[in-house]
Design a protein around this ligand. Structure first.
Ligand SMILES: [Zn+2]
Length: 454
């Protein structure tokens, strides 16, 4: 038995007796990487009561432990990780007879399971069929599914003919279409608004219609007046700057269309507008075309069914090998990595985002951040506290600090020595409850021996 399974067995008999109430836990003698970017602290004791962290202290100063004791010796504690740019799987091509989108809750819940299995306790869906993302958000908030916390935009909003308009509420005039915005706010209760502002799509596509800048400003202001933060899809530097001065709270991507200028780097460091990193989505084309063996890694085998993996390795791979898009992304990915590194090094605020829909993709994003030259400690902050900053919820989550939600990941190895240690998980805790991996609806099934047992 692994430590993880032993702990889960012990803990779940306790919580079952306490009728699913979160209990108390004390993690002792652990090396803490708290998510703020502070240096790792050895021999720390972290106490969790109910859904919150109630004590973080050097172990020598800790009193008697409360509740279940988790021996953290030789282990590393990080905050639950966050992916702030996903599009949850589960919506399918076509329409039902009544015109509603076709959704498959099982596929969505498998994707969510893969995130929490991989240590991601929060995801932000930034554009989806509301019948998919908002349904799962309600399920998660009611405690009916094992899932990361879900924050969601519902439908994104754009101008007719603009990027992403197939799944958007289309607004052509602020005054004339205000009722559509009111309906979106009332019916979908977006946690954050997503807009698109991009005439280029990504790369090799023909130019498309751009939302007028004044309209972008009006919509951002309107949502802010309703207490809702905003994120804007951009891909080039010019539109990124315009979106910031139109008032956006965050950007949904880094600059991808070319190398960033020094003045853009300075602006991002001065404004500290959080942006989602989204390196994985572009890199994935060349990776699958040239190195399909990555799909044999244990977290992919857990997260995808054998049939899906086979399709990826054959049909999808063949298609990617033929596409000009793949070549374009091979050229642009190193440029994008360097853009992200420069902005981070100057003091800009990156938050981990994949533009995908699985735990393994989110781990790939961490690998790419490190490949870009970002130190591991900072990459962990990008994957944790900065996600909370992106959401405007940094006082409540994102780091291991007293008073915050107890979203925690205990690792068997040191992620400062090797970022892949973030996959070597002993246990995942969300809101003070340990996730029982045996109950997760993973498409490929739990891989007991995915990493050397702790
Ligand atoms: Zn996206």
């Amino acid at each position: 038995m692994t430590l993880r399974s032993i702990l889960c067995a012990a803990v779940f008999s306790l919580t079952a007796a306490a009728s699913a109430q979160a209990g108390s836990y004390t993690i002792t003698h652990v090396t803490l990487i708290d998510g703020t970017g502070a240096a790792p602290k050895p021999d720390v004791t972290v106490q969790v009561e109910g859904e919150r962290i109630t004590l973080v202290t050097p172990s020598v100063a800790a009193g008697a432990p409360k509740g279940v004791v988790i021996d953290g010796r030789g282990k590393y504690l990080i905050p639950g990780m966050m992916d702030v740019h996903i599009h949850l799987r589960g919506w399918m091509p076509g329409r039902n007879a009544d015109g509603s989108p076709v959704v498959d809750h099982k596929i969505a819940e498998q994707a969510l399971a893969s995130y929490i299995y991989d240590g991601f306790t929060t995801v932000v869906d930034v554009g989806n069929q509301p019948e998919n993302s908002l349904y799962e958000r309600a399920e998660e908030r009611a405690g009916r599914i094992q899932s990361p916390r879900i924050f969601a935009t519902g439908n994104l909003i754009t101008y007719p003919g603009s990027h992403g308009d197939a799944m958007a509420v289309r607004i052509s005039d602020f005054e004339k279409d205000k009722a559509l915005l009111d309906k979106h706010i009332a019916e979908q209760q977006p946690d954050i608004l997503k807009l698109t502002y991009d005439e280029e799509g990504w790369g090799t596509r023909p130019m498309i219609t751009l939302m007028p800048t004044e309209l972008l400003h009006q919509i951002i202001e309107y949502y802010n007046l309703h207490g809702i933060r905003t994120t804007v899809h951009i891909s080039n530097e010019k539109r990124a700057i315009e979106a910031i001065y139109a008032g956006t709270d965050t950007l949904a991507h880094p600059v991808i269309q070319g190398p960033v200028s020094d003045s853009f780097v300075r602006l991002m460091a001065a404004k500290k507008t959080p942006f989602a990193t989204t390196l994985t989505i572009g890199e994935n084309y060349g990776r699958l075309a040239d190195h399909p063996e990555f799909l044999d890694q244990p977290d992919y085998v857990a997260s995808f069914s054998a049939a899906e993996l086979e399709t990826l390795k054959t049909e999808t791979r063949a298609e990617y090998q033929k596409r000009a898009w793949t070549q374009w992304m091979k050229v642009m990915t190193p440029i994008c990595l360097e853009n992200v590194r420069k902005v981070v090094a100057a003091g800009g605020v990156a938050a981990l985002g994949t533009d995908q829909s699985s735990g393994p993709a989110a781990h790939r994003e961490l690998e790419l951040l490190v490949q870009a030259g970002i130190p591991n400690l900072q990459a962990i902050r990008i994957a944790t506290l900065n996600g909370a900053v992106f959401l405007g919820k940094a006082e409540d989550m994102g780091s291991v600090q007293e008073g915050k939600l107890a979203d925690l990941v205990l690792l068997n190895a040191d992620p400062i020595a090797d970022i892949d240690a973030t996959k070597n998980i002993a246990l995942v805790m969300k809101a003070g409850q340990i996730i029982d991996e045996s109950r997760l609806p993973l498409a490929g099934g739990v891989q007991k021996k995915r990493w050397p047992a702790g």
